[in-house]
Ligand binder design. Sequence first.
Ligand SMILES: NC(=O)c1ccc[n+]([C@@H]2O[C@H](COP(=O)([O-])OP(=O)(O)OC[C@H]3O[C@@H](n4cnc5c(N)ncnc54)[C@H](O)[C@@H]3O)[C@@H](O)[C@H]2O)c1
Length: 380
Amino acid sequence: MIELGIGVIGYGFIGKVHTYAYRNLHFYYDPVPARVRLVGVCTSRAETAERARAHGGFDVGVTRIEELLSRDDVHAVHICTPNALHHDAALAAIAAGKHVYCDKPLARTVEEARAMGSAAAASDLACQVTFHCRFVPALMRAKQLIERGVLGRVFHFRAAYLHAGYTDPARPMSWRLDKEQSGGGALFDLGAHVVDVVRYLLGDVRRVHGSLRTFIAERPAPDGSGPRPVEVDDLALMQVEMNDGSVGLVEASRLATGSNDQLRIEIHGQKGALQFDLEEPGWLRVYRAEGPEEPYGGERGYTRIECMQRYPKPAVWPGPKFVPGWLRFHAASVHAFLTHMVEHSPASPSFADGVACQEVLHAVQQSSACGRWVDVARES
Ligand SMILES: NC(=O)c1ccc[n+]([C@@H]2O[C@H](COP(=O)([O-])OP(=O)(O)OC[C@H]3O[C@@H](n4cnc5c(N)ncnc54)[C@H](O)[C@@H]3O)[C@@H](O)[C@H]2O)c1
């Protein structure tokens, strides 16, 4: 079995998640695609780098990306920094011949994303985006059912990604609320995931009508030095028209009181319908409009399919009957990345998927600014 060396850039919230996935992959999968060595972790300061090294079990902790990229024993890097750093880190990594696993959104602007997509396409490296919702078994099953024609012609859908973490006006400024560092608010943070789920299940978006709102327009500075203006959205509302003519309503909110981590999608087709809610991740609800509805409704109605964690082999543990959780989806996503590296197969979801998603987010920002429908501009 080959050994692959991994470097992780950024060790805040998500850097730990990616590291956890590698550390536990051999529990979930037998065999694993490769033996993994966690070679190095990079953070912005020496103290945090040393803490991250010890916490994640890396060989080295560094403060400059080049210290990871110049090493022959680092084969892939994970980009887990604020959005503004994704572009430079990814281009440097690709130039150094490293595979890249970049968290979402791919970048801060559509131009940056396209440059990253072009560099990935021109290389023979696995370049994957962390759209881990594509690794939820119930959504994988939803895609199969749609492709098999269970819904027939899709008419319309609604999708939402709802969090409630920013309802308190006393929550201070952070990079996520700073346009320079994030590129966008709820739209980029949660909208990236829900737009990708829509693309994964239903194909490309043709045009959008977006409305972005910032309800809490000032927040305290992190050092308590007084209020700072918030330049990014708390809520993104999108009306979307798909390439196949279906239409949908898509929502991303960080002010959705009552939600935890709620990604919902409901799709209505001529022959059937689907419903999924990430807060009940083991279940996919499927409605088939065919079959007798008599007597008294016959057997019509939504079926709740027990997708649970029925991943295909080599997934072995803890077994198909258990409700899967958020970390498990990340582990499946990292497993796919490792497999692509070992098999030299095109990564999926790819940087091209990241670019296509970013093009939708960009069109939503443009539409919100001008108040009109905007075509999603594709990279030529
Ligand atoms: N896929 C998901 O489920 C998911 C969830 C959360 C965050 N994310 C994405 O992950 C990325 C990071 O988010 P987070 O929540 O982990 O942020 P965070 O603020 O918790 O962590 C950011 C990390 O980046 C490090 N960093 C900052 N500047 C750096 C530099 N110049 N060099 C090296 N390291 C640097 C910080 O030290 C910190 O460790 C974002 O792009 C975010 O959108 C994805």
